[in-house]
Design a protein around this ligand. Structure first.
Ligand SMILES: [Ca+2]
Ligand SMILES: [Ca+2]
Ligand SMILES: [Ca+2]
Length: 172
């Protein structure tokens, strides 16, 4: 299944595990059409959600890292990044068994629309080792690794929240 915004070069198109996503900035006001098409002789049901945002978000240069296979590789240290509307950031880093890993997500939150949360995942990419999902800043996840391998941190905007943040990764 393929979603296109007719006659527009989309800013962003993603296709992943049954999810299609298209973002575009219209040049003029008016009514726009979205076409959803299947391949030849293919029929399927789908759910459709459209959002209109008045103030486009400027994402960071680490994109695309919205899903774990596209996680951005990082080393211990600090970087600054940005979440945009329903656009999560995944980060990947190496950890040895017995090391303590801590990821601090530092940001300024004035409202729910800036609420970021953080999740730490094991090398299998699905076992959640820690979660930090408070309703105010900041968030931090930590664990003592029980295996050597690539670990992952996901930074997620709560219900599509957008915000800039500093990710500080410590492995020791
Ligand atoms: Ca981002
Ligand atoms: Ca992202
Ligand atoms: Ca939070």
């Amino acid at each position: 299944m393929l979603a296109t915004a007719f006659d527009y070069d989309p800013l962003d198109v993603e296709s992943f595990f049954g999810r299609e996503h298209v973002v575009f900035v219209p040049e003029t006001s008016g009514t726009y059409l979205l076409r959803v098409a299947g391949a030849a002789d293919v029929a399927n049901e789908y759910a459709f959600v459209a959002y209109r945002r008045d103030d486009p978000c400027t994402d960071d240069a680490f994109e695309e890292n919205d899903y774990v296979p596209w996680a951005t590789p990082i080393e211990p240290g600090e970087l600054t990044a940005q979440t945009c509307f329903y656009d999560n950031d995944w980060w990947a880093f190496e950890v040895s068994e017995g090391q303590t890993v801590t990821a601090d997500v530092i940001f300024t939150q004035a409202s729910d629309t800036e609420d970021l949360d953080a999740y730490l995942f094991a090398p299998d990419t699905v076992s959640e080792l820690d979660a930090s999902a408070s309703s105010d800043a900041n968030e931090a996840v930590t664990t003592v690794a029980i295996e050597t391998g690539t670990h992952y941190v996901a930074v997620q905007g709560f219900e599509g929240a957008e915000n800039a943040y500093t990710l500080r990764l410590t492995v020791e």
